[in-house]
Ligand binder design. Sequence first.
Ligand code: NAD
Length: 289
Amino acid sequence: MNIAFIGLGNMGAPMALNLLKAGHTVTGFDTFATPDGIDLAATAGEAAATADVVITMLPNGTILRAVAAEVIPAMKPGAVFCDCSTVDVDSAKAVAEQAVAAGLGALDAPVSGGVGGAAAGTLTFMVGGSDAAFATVQPLFEIMGQKAVHCGASGAGQAAKICNNMILGVTMIATCEAFALADKLGLDRQKMYDVVSTSSGYSWTMNAYTPAPGVGAKSPADNDYKPGFAAELMLKDLRLSQQAAESADADTPMGQLAAALYETFVDKEDGKGMDFSAMLPRFEKRSRG
Ligand code: NAD
């Protein structure tokens, strides 16, 4: 296929390279990045003009809307606009509506798996949009990832992503505060892990991403809490979850609290640039008052 890839940052560049390696033609565009091995166009519109599929991997919904406004009118009829960024549900739906109105297919297809998953081609895609558009892009999802779930209509991919990450943020905080409480109660961390990881408190954060150094799964905690999944990206996703909850009038008190805690951690404490599991040393240092 002829693919335009717009947004060649930490995630986009390795995803584009995997498509290239699999034999597809890839033309890239980025306002800043110039990754090796990818042919670049002078503008996003130029990259998109001959593409069967345009993939975007951009920082946020405002930038996505601006790029879509330039790219959609340049695309050939029947092509598919596939956004893989993590953005707000309203922007995802607005861009998809614009694409469909222009006679194009449209998908929102955010990913989980991080930079490691992008390089290894093992991402999970959560996809919203029509059956036909999903069928067109599925072979590309199979190259860039190990799983693509068609979640429903436009916006459903972003909805799945932020609901998952709201659980992740809340669960990480709960796991870290429980470790800090266990410390103060004189419970050995290894014993705490041995019990919880095989009891009803088990979770992905406890079992697969243990936030305590030297205990449980190998994780960023064993590497001075270098990301991994940075606290500011967790904050971004928690904010998106709360924006969506406001817009849908959903009561999400734990998500709201998790967003506020990560905001304090990133903006006012030393959380910026740390892995999101560095909530544990944060709690360790604190007392109740
Ligand atoms: P990044 O900042 O490394 O890459 C974004 C790229 O977009 C940059 O190279 C930037 O120059 C480019 N860009 C900005 N404005 C542009 C424009 N108008 N036209 C063309 N290019 C433009 O970010 P990333 O880590 O690659 O993340 C991309 C998206 O993936 C984000 O939405 C993020 O939330 C999501 N995501 C990231 C991770 C992760 O672990 N990094 C995991 C899952 C999802």
